[in-house]
Design a protein around this ligand. Structure first.
Ligand code: PLP
Length: 379
């Protein structure tokens, strides 16, 4: 129950154990087509350039930035946690100028600040932001931020690593131009693959570049020779065959459940966890309006040794929860309810284990957590 990797369904693990076939085998190519079709369904997009990058979420991030940013480009980068900082690094490493819009950790990106940044830099080419900030548990209003970018004729790059599969995500409806995600959060698939999608407008921008894409491996013009449209597929790199079996199976599971059902499952178990935490007198960091159901930042109460609690949970209950990052290190725990980890048994076990462990540190947290959570399930 940390911030990823999440638990993986046994069906996904079983899919991974199937025999390897060639990465250009006709059967494999037909499976690749199914993966693309299912990714489009989950991302709610018709984008032709939708594919899984053969590397973790961070490589999906690099794929978006290395293709779209050219030397001298201005990119408005929103930072309200760890992952916005990485976007800035990307922009600068590829020769762009990052115009920073900063919000406090635990707050969403403020659209008014983004409007102000465009007013000051009307020539900004791209707006980049994190939809679901895993370091804090905040959801930003992606739809509104994309509208602001469109009004200013800018492209958007969106980090949806933690949002995909856990909360509403509508690539075409919101007009997102480039997006990257990851397999190990709410898709409940082993880590190491990063779904990306580029709008036709973004593809045109890549094609019209004055300089070649600095990364050979991540140049979409080359990768699409393997992942692209119909017809002949050419060798680009050896795809991680078994990891893609796993992604295929996890997408089948998600689409069988139904996107909206998956989102409401995340919300239900979040509500139960929240009720239990509140019954213990614990506080969530993020305001209800912006809270991510799949990542719960819990304020560490006064007098509690946060690292000792985490290691006791691991030792005594085989339960992993996450620590705070950066500005929030030592101040919060991060409890993940992602994908297959997001279920009633985990919520009840986590509350029980946390209650016992905090009590062992001499802090009175009452005994009502389980009951409060159970009440949510009865409603
Ligand atoms: C986990 C995460 C990443 C990085 O994904 P990796 O698979 O670890 O490379 C990027 N952005 C966000 C918001 C994340 O939660």
């Amino acid at each position: 129950m940390g911030p990823g990797p999440s638990d993986v369904d046994p069906r996904v693990l079983a899919a991974m154990a199937r025999p390897i076939i060639g990465h250009l085998d006709p059967e494999f190519i037909s499976m690749m087509d199914q993966v693309k079709t299912m990714l489009k369904a989950v991302l709610q997009t018709e984008n032709e350039l939708t594919m899984p990058v053969s590397a973790p979420g961070s490589a999906g991030m690099e794929t978006c930035f290395v293709n779209l940013v050219e030397a001298g480009d201005k990119v408005i980068v929103c930072q309200n946690g760890v992952f916005g900082g990485r976007m800035r690094e990307n922009v600068e490493r590829y020769g762009g100028t990052a115009i920073m819009v900063e919000d406090e950790w635990g707050q969403p990106v403020d659209p008014a600040k983004v409007e102000a940044a465009f007013a000051e830099h009307p020539d900004a080419k791209i707006l980049a932001f994190v939809h679901a900030e895993t370091s804090t548990g905040v959801r930003s209003d992606a739809k509104t931020l994309c509208q602001i970018a469109q009004k200013n004729n800018a492209l958007t790059i969106v980090d949806a690593v933690t949002s995909m599969g856990g909360v509403e995500l509508d690539v075409d409806g919101w007009g997102i131009d480039a997006l990257y995600s990851g397999t190990q959060k709410c898709l409940s698939c082993p880590p190491g693959i990063s779904p990306v999608t580029f709008s036709n407008k973004a593809v045109e921008v890549v094609k019209a570049r004055k300089t070649p894409v600095a990364s050979w491996f991540m140049d979409t013009n080359l990768v699409m020779g393997y992942w692209g449209g119909s017809g002949k597929r050419a060798y680009h790199h050896t795809a991680p065959v078994n990891a893609l079996y796993a992604l295929h199976e996890s997408l089948v599971l998600l689409l069988n459940e139904g996107l909206e059902n998956a989102w409401s499952r995340h919300d239900l178990h979040h509500q139960a966890l929240k009720a239990g935490l509140e019954a213990m007198g614990l506080e969530l960091l993020v305001d209800e309006e912006y809270r991510l159901p799949q990542l719960n930042s819990v304020v560490v109460p006064e007098g509690v040794d946060e690292a000792a609690v985490r290691s006791a949970l691991l030792q005594n209950y085989s339960l992993e929860i996450g620590a705070g990052l950066g500005a929030l290190a030592g101040k919060v725990w991060r409890i993940g309810l992602m994908g297959a980890s997001c279920n009633r048994r985990n919520v009840m076990q986590c509350l029980d284990a946390l209650e016992n462990t905090i009590r062992e540190q001499g802090i009175d947290v009452g005994q009502g957590a389980a009951q409060a959570a159970a009440k949510v399930y009865q409603n």
